[in-house]
Design a protein. Structure first.
Ligand SMILES: [Fe+2]
Ligand SMILES: [Fe+2]
Length: 283
């Protein structure tokens, strides 16, 4: 069993809009023009409609009503627009229930949204990370998509064995997946994003979020790794274990993350929970 064969076996993942994938490749470029974003979005009616609905919902708190993509980009600025579009475009996928993986409808989506928000908090706290905020946000949003693939392609017995090993041996989910399947959800998520031709930085960050890379650059996987831990503290999901709550020693040492710093970032993430829940109810 390889990550690619599992990705090829998935039948039920909704397709991601071409416009969202095009925008993702724009994210990787250092200078993105508002006009480039508008042009890509204009050809996707569904995404445009969702975007305008989001802009006019109370959860965004905009003062004026928004009636066109151009206006939305002008008011929000391209970084915020990109994050909002990524959230709307990929929300449908992470919203899928994966009961086999003991995740209920919306649980993975909430964890993904909190993780994406947490990446921004980490970047604000670690200015030396010099990551592109929209790229990092998107990597946080997509980091656990591999769980959906596993939930749909791996047999119930193997999934039960993974859950059982986590509890019995007190090992991480990713370690238990490695033992039972010979690969983990991070690797599978990376293969899925590669098949969508997402920017390599995002693919690598997703692939390595449980084996974070701190050197050499890029260190996006380490940012997503920390954000995942923050999200587990701020908004616990059923079945999470102690390993979900610890930052890897190498990352903690590299960026001086002690308990106090982690608590501070978790506190900041908690302040966004209500916003995340309001957003989920609307999108
Ligand atoms: Fe994960
Ligand atoms: Fe996660």
């Amino acid at each position: 069993m390889t990550a690619i064969t599992l990705v090829q076996k998935v039948k039920n993942l909704p397709t991601v809009s071409e416009a969202a994938l095009k925008l993702l490749s724009l994210l990787d470029q250092s200078s993105v023009d508002n006009e480039d974003i508008v042009q890509v979005l204009k050809y996707d009616n569904v995404l445009t409609a969702k975007l305008l609905r989001a802009c006019n919902s109370p959860s965004l708190g905009l003062q004026e009503s928004v009636s066109s993509v151009d206006q939305a980009v002008l008011i929000l600025g391209h970084q915020q627009i990109l994050r909002l579009v990524m959230t709307l475009a990929f929300g449908g996928i992470t919203k899928i229930a994966s009961m086999a993986y003991t995740m209920e409808v919306n649980e993975l989506w909430e964890h993904s949204l909190v993780s994406a928000t947490a990446v921004e908090i980490v970047i604000a706290d670690l200015p030396e990370s010099d990551a592109n905020a929209s790229v990092a946000f998107t990597a946080g949003l997509l980091h656990d998509l591999g769980k959906l693939v596993l939930g749909q392609t791996v047999g119930a017995d193997d999934l039960a064995e993974i859950r059982d090993r986590c509890e019995r041996k007190q090992i991480s989910g990713s370690q238990a997946e490695q033992e039972v399947l010979g690969l983990d959800h991070a690797e599978v998520g990376g293969a899925l994003l590669r098949s969508w031709r997402l920017p390599l930085g995002i693919v690598e960050a997703v692939e390595n979020h449980h084996r974070p890379v701190t050197k050499p650059e890029p260190r996006l996987s380490a940012l997503v790794h920390i954000a995942n831990v923050i999200a587990h503290h701020a908004s616990p999901v059923p079945g999470q274990n102690l390993h979900d709550l610890r930052v890897a020693d190498t990352v903690a040492a590299e960026w001086g993350i002690n308990e106090e710093k982690l608590d501070h970032m978790v506190g900041a993430a908690r302040q966004y929970l209500e916003h995340v829940e309001r957003f989920m109810a609307m999108a």
